[in-house]
Every structure is written in structure tokens, then in C-alpha cells.
Design a protein around this ligand. Structure first.
Ligand code: NA7
Length: 537
């Protein structure tokens, strides 16, 4: 390695989820000295922490997995169409063992700070136990949804019962027999609510903004089916990379109103019956044309009316104030059906605001009281930025990343680097397709780009890379413009896509909505042109 010997490592990777594990495996095998720090006692990232009942991925198992080792993908047997949290965690622990990754990971090690030293071009990172790491590159593989939103519920401190949060759920806890309240009806809430409803005595769901909830239609994979997929795996992975969503969907090329009413209804119905995110591929213009989106919204509203017995509850469950897709579409099992259970009730706090929590429950503005002994909070994340702004990261001139991002919003060039923070590289975060695509496809794209970058820098004798300010501004504008072509910015969704779920957070559209194909072309073009938009020195 051309890196001077006064650094401990060439690369410090923060996080041992899907991103960090692949970075470690790949960069280590390419001769870099790599160390990984991980705050959990185990690999897995998101899939280690979010072990609440019902936790499941809405990308198919066979696609939500690494594509870089043919033997690995041939030997691993997924059992269901969509993987449960524990299936994904089992897969990642297998990967860690199979590729002997654990020896280079420091578990239960939380990064608290990282400082760039301009004179030596080295990052010095500090962990909560005081350990220090010196490395040429700081690779942030910290995930987009890894730091929870602070509790912002009125008078919550007054509540003296048990509080569980979905993002760090205690293993195996199903709250059997409890009187439970749940706050949050996003992707997490829509999974945990039906699962808990089956075990708890009584479930009160606090809803502020309803979501469009598409049925998952999860089912076991039979052997023959998995064999067929495995025989086709290399081609399947290639196909995944040719779809903007990083996972191949058989999207309907037709637009919503070029077909007659009967075909439109039949198309929605067929995709609804098939389940999952494929529903969004019903017509090509759903995310671009308001009238088209109104048509799909109307279809879902009708499904809610058909499914939910109580008309008041059905009405409250219908999203009316934003287009389908402007908030992340939710995929869940038996979500609407759950509201027909005798032990489940919906409390709509948009209509009647939540006044305050009490020692034994909560009270609405009209005086109605609800009694619960356990509160479950599925209230979301400080998306994209939380895992950065909660660490004391200081770049050139000692400038703090948290100051810059809290003030100006999170800006990156191509999602990979931030001006003023040389050699800090971000994996699948703000400014990249990340959450709008199969996360694993997005991650692999980044890891491969980083691998090529480090190889080029080593062979050509460069020690630093830094995003250029003007290129970064242009990319932020591109990301905003691309989002502006869709209906995503419309309505009052309060989406974490743009930081709107957190009071006072600077609003900037964070994921790159054009998807992994155009994105891959953009980052490859930069690399091919001598890392255009970055300064190498
Ligand atoms: P989300 O999608 O941010 O959902 C959080 C939910 O919690 C949402 O329904 C919020 O309502 C609700 N919430 C948050 N704060 C409050 C308060 N103060 N009062 C009432 N309701 C509140 O997070 P998830 O964990 O469900 O999903 C995150 C991603 O993880 C998901 O998209 C997948 O990519 C995986 P609001 O809409 O703000 O009115």
C-alpha cells in the first residue's frame, strides 16, 4: 500500500450492516488495511436493531441479498418471498462467518467523533470507550434510518407505564395480554400493529397521517421456485440493475387514461392481488400525473371501504391530502383487516388532537381518555442525517459537519462526498437513490465505485479526494429538480424524504429519485472523467 505507515488503517468503516460488511470484504481482499466499528454486539445494522413483531422487508428475499458471490447466492436458501427480520439477520451473520469478517470488526464500539488532520491527511476517529483510530479514509456505512426521531409527544414524560420503541425492540417480546397503545402508522407501524393485535389484550392505534398500505402477499417459496431463480441468478441480478428501482419489475408501459375504465380497474386489481411494490408499476404515469395518481388513490380508498367494517374508521384510514408515493408507500399484511378486530381501535389525532399523556394513558383535546399499560412508539427516524449530525465530525479548518448540515441542509456531491470533508465517503445516503431503490443494489453500486476509487488513488499516488463546492451545489439542485418532476413534493405528506417529519429540520429532498440506472451512469461518468466534481490531490 502507498499509504504512509503512520496511519493505523487505510480505511475505517463505520457500521457493519449490508454496506459495511461488503466494504470490509471487498477492500480487504484488494489489499487495503480495513477496520470496522459497529455499535451493536452483532452485524446486521438495521436488521439487527429492528426486531419488532412483524418486521419484514418489502423487497423480495432473492433480490435483497448480495450479488457479488455466486457460491453464496447458490448456497443460501430463502424460505419466504419476502424476508423476515430474523431471516435477513441470519443471512448477514452467515456472510460474516463465511467470509471471516468478524476479526476486523470492533463490536459495541460507538463512533463519537472524527477529525480530519490537514497536515497529515488522516482522519482520527474516537469511540465512546476512548479508543482512537487513525485512517486515511472514513467510510460512512451508517444507514439512512438508523437514528430514531426524538420523542415529540405532548406530556409524554407523565406516562409511567412501559415504553417500547420499535427501532430497538427487545428480542422475543410480543406483549401478550397487555393493553397497548401504538403511535405511528408508517412502514413500521403498519407491520407491528397487525402482529401485536394477535397477542395483546387491547390495542389502541394513534394515527396522525394515514398511509396508503399495499398488501404484501407474502408466501413460502417452494423448492422448485427457488431452484429456478437460482438457475437464473446472474441474469436476474443484471436485470435488477437495469431498473431504476434496483429490482426488476414488470412495469406496465401504458398510461392511466389511455386505457378504458374496465382495463384500468382490472390492472389495479391484478397488481393489488399480486401484492407488494409492484402495485406502483400499474401504470407508467402514476408518480407524474396528478389525475393518474388520483385514480390509484381512489382505488385504494375503495379497498379500504370494502375491507374495514366501521365506516368512520374506514374514512379515517384514507389518505386524502397527498399523492400516493409522496410518503413512502407502505407494504404490510392484514393491515386494514386488523381494524375489524374487537380488541383494536383507531384514534385519529388529526381530527381530535392528542392533548397530553397521563400516568396511565393519554387524553384527547375533547377530553376522551385512553388507558394503556404499554406504549409502543413507531415514530420514525432522523432520516439520512441523524447518524452524521450526532457524531462530532470535523473537516477542513475544524468545521463541524453537524453545523453545516443543520444550517444548510445535507448537501453532497453525487451522494458520495461532502465539500470540506476530504476522504469521508458516504455509502447509500443523502443524494443517492438509496431508500428509493432496492437498498442492496444501491449499496453494491457504491462499494464498487469506492473500490475503483481507492484503486485509482493508490496506483496514481493520490492521497485525498474532496467534493467541489460548485459541483455539490449543482448535484443538490439536480436531486431537487428530479424530485420536482414527480408528484413526491406535492401535498402535505410530512415525508422524511425531505426532512419534514422533524420540526426545524432543514427541508431538502434527500434521495435521488431518478433511480440506480441514471445514478450509476452519473457516478461512472465522474470516475471516467478523472473524478469530475471532486478534487484529487
Ligand atoms: P415513518 O414512516 O417516519 O413513520 C412514523 C410514523 O409515526 C408516522 O405515521 C408519523 O405520523 C408518526 N408520528 C411521528 N411522530 C408523531 C407524533 N408526535 N404524533 C403522532 N404521530 C407521530 O417511520 P417508519 O419507521 O414507519 O418507517 C421508516 C422507514 O423504514 C420506512 O419507510 C421503510 O423505508 C423502512 P406523521 O406521518 O408524521 O403524521
Amino acid at each position: 500500500s502507498a499509504t504512509p505507515s503512520h496511519t493505523d488503517y487505510d480505511v475505517l468503516v463505520v457500521g457493519a450492516g449490508f454496506s459495511g460488511l461488503y466494504l470490509l470484504h471487498r477492500l480487504r481482499s484488494e489489499g487495503h488495511r480495513v477496520r470496522v466499528v459497529e455499535r451493536a454486539p452483532e452485524v446486521g445494522g438495521t436488521w439487527y436493531w429492528n426486531r419488532y413483531p412483524g418486521a419484514r422487508c418489502d423487497v423480495e428475499s432473492v433480490d435483497y441479498s448480495y450479488s457479488w458471490d455466486e457460491d453464496l447466492q447458490q448456497e443460501w436458501d430463502w424460505t419466504e418471498k419476502y424476508p423476515a427480520q430474523h431471516d435477513i439477520l441470519a443471512y448477514l451473520t452467515h456472510v460474516a462467518d463465511r467470509f471471516d469478517l468478524r476479526k476486523d470488526i470492533d463490536f459495541e464500539t460507538t463512533l463519537t467523533g472524527a477529525e480530519w488532520d490537514e497536515s497529515t491527511s488522516v482522519w482520527t476517529a474516537t469511540a465512546s470507550d476512548g479508543r482512537r483510530y487513525r485512517a486515511r479514509f472514513l467510510l460512512m456505512a451508517v444507514g439512512c434510518l438508523s437514528v430514531p426521531k426524538d420523542i415529540d409527544l405532548p406530556g409524554f414524560d407523565a406516562f409511567t407505564g412501559r415504553v417500547l420503541r420499535t427501532y430497538d425492540w427487545p428480542e422475543g417480546e410480543d406483549l401478550a395480554g397487555h393493553r397497548v397503545g401504538v403511535v405511528g402508522t408508517g412502514s413500521t407501524g403498519a407491520q407491528v400493529i397487525p402482529a401485536l393485535a394477535k397477542t395483546v389484550a387491547d390495542l389502541t392505534v394513534v394515527q396522525r397521517t394515514p398511509n396508503f398500505v399495499i398488501p404484501t402477499r407474502n408466501r413460502p417459496l417452494n423448492d422448485g421456485e427457488l431452484d429456478e431463480i437460482k438457475a437464473d441468478y446472474p441474469d436476474r441480478r443484471v436485470r435488477n440493475r437495469t431498473h431504476p428501482a434496483g429490482v426488476f419489475r414488470d412495469d406496465n408501459p401504458k398510461t392511466t387514461f389511455e386505457v378504458d375504465d374496465a382495463e384500468r380497474e382490472a390492472t389495479f386489481q391484478e397488481r393489488w392481488d399480486g401484492g407488494g411494490i409492484n402495485f406502483l408499476g400499474s401504470f407508467a404515469d402514476l408518480m407524474f400525473d396528478q389525475a393518474a395518481n388520483d385514480a390509484v388513490a381512489e382505488f385504494v380508498h375503495a379497498k379500504i371501504d370494502e375491507t374495514v367494517d366501521d365506516p368512520t374508521t374506514a374514512d379515517a384510514l384514507k389518505p386524502m391530502s397527498y399523492p400516493l408515493g409522496a410518503k413512502r408507500p407502505v407494504v404490510a399484511t392484514d393491515y386494514y383487516e386488523t381494524y375489524n378486530r374487537d380488541n383494536v381501535r383507531l384514534v385519529d389525532v388529526k381530527t381530535t388532537p392528542l392533548d397530553t399523556f397521563t400516568p396511565t394513558g393519554f387524553r384527547l383535546a375533547d377530553g376522551t381518555e385512553y388507558q394503556v399499560d404499554t406504549m409502543v412508539l413507531a415514530t420514525g427516524f432522523d432520516a439520512f442525517t441523524g447518524a452524521f449530525t450526532t457524531v462530532d465530525i470535523r473537516g477542513t479548518g475544524g468545521r463541524r459537519l453537524s453545523d453545516i448540515w443543520n444550517q444548510d441542509g445535507a448537501k453532497t456531491h453525487l451522494g458520495l462526498g461532502a465539500a470540506g470533508f476530504p476522504n469521508m465517503i458516504i455509502v447509500a445516503g443523502v443524494g443517492s437513490p438509496s431508500v428509493l431503490a432496492n437498498m442492496i443494489t444501491a449499496i453494491e453500486q457504491h462499494v464498487e465505485w469506492i473500490s475503483r476509487l481507492l484503486d485509482t488513488m493508490r496506483s496514481e499516488g493520490y492521497t485525498t479526494i474532496e467534493a467541489q463546492e460548485d459541483a455539490q451545489e449543482a448535484w443538490v439542485q439536480t436531486v431537487e429538480e428530479v424530485a420536482g418532476m414527480t408528484l413526491w413534493p406535492n401535498g402535505d405528506s410530512g415525508s422524511w424524504y425531505r426532512g419534514a417529519n422533524i420540526d426545524g429540520k432543514v427541508q431538502i429532498f434527500m434521495p435521488y429519485a431518478a433511480g440506480v440506472v441514471e445514478y450509476g451512469a452519473a457516478i461512472d461518468k465522474s470516475a471516467a472523467n478523472g473524478y469530475e466534481g471532486f478534487i484529487l490531490s
